[in-house]
Design a protein around this ligand. Sequence first.
Ligand code: RRO
Length: 312
Amino acid sequence: MEGQTDLSTEIAGIELANPLMLASGIMDETGHSMANAVRHGAGSVVTKSLSMEPREGHPNPVVYEMDIGMINAMGLPNPGVEAYAEEISSFRKKAGDTPIFASIFGSSIDEYAHAASKAEQLGVDGIEINGSCPNAKGLGLQFGQSPGVIGDLVSAVRSAVTIPVLFKLTPVTDDIVKLALAAQEGGAHALVAINTMKVIKLDIRTKRPILTNGFGGLSGPALKPIGVRCVYEICSDERMEIPVIGVGGISTAEDAIEYMMAGASAVQIGTAVRWQGPSVFEEINEGISSFMEEMGYSSIKELIGAALEDGE
Ligand code: RRO
């Protein structure tokens, strides 16, 4: 509770003190940095994407920054899920039982399931399946653009763990609702919409892409209307039963509220944390509370889906 306003929400039976989550891939390399996001007001965190084996990622340059957003092609660098055990326990020591979700990926459905099971053993509260990284052949999008593959992937991960399973969707598709329904049918407890948009930035002097990987993923303000549209489309579909977490370009309370009115039950913040630091969580929580007071909302749950046809 913040003043008169109740910011608490729930995802797949997991209680969140507020709807703001640290998105995967930003300031989540250590238990300390994730706990710092919580200290500054994040209601939960997502780890960087973890695989069974360690990965170095792509060589520099891996990031291109613009006013309208940021393009990254990190290439899924991570120390491997088992090596991450100390980060989870350091997070627990500092942030208590604040929910932590492990983002996982693999090069096969079996590897995804195996990584999810290892992550559960480390004591995380839920799994976020990353089937949507645009930055490495064989490690992301090909698992997340076909409804059939999504269904098989989600059900394999569901069978491998007992904790809630979230599926993170790509915007690189002509029908995100179809992908969302496939994840729901596979047994996902919740969806995360969206990962970054596949883009390219060219250097007109060298006539080559600026990032070593060529393509990259666009995040930040330019992604927001795409993310809001995806959440709105998914949540407008009568067949959808599971909650959706909105992500893409959130840097203000207004952005977070817009996503929630489009149907999101919680939101993730990444690029704004990188640009402004973790205090952005405090600012956004305060902004949401002020808006709720001004508009006469007492629980944030009243905002969820308020802009949809059958909303309030
Ligand atoms: O590591 C990355 O290049 C990366 C990942 Br795993 C992802 O899911 N989304 C993204 O934009 N970059």
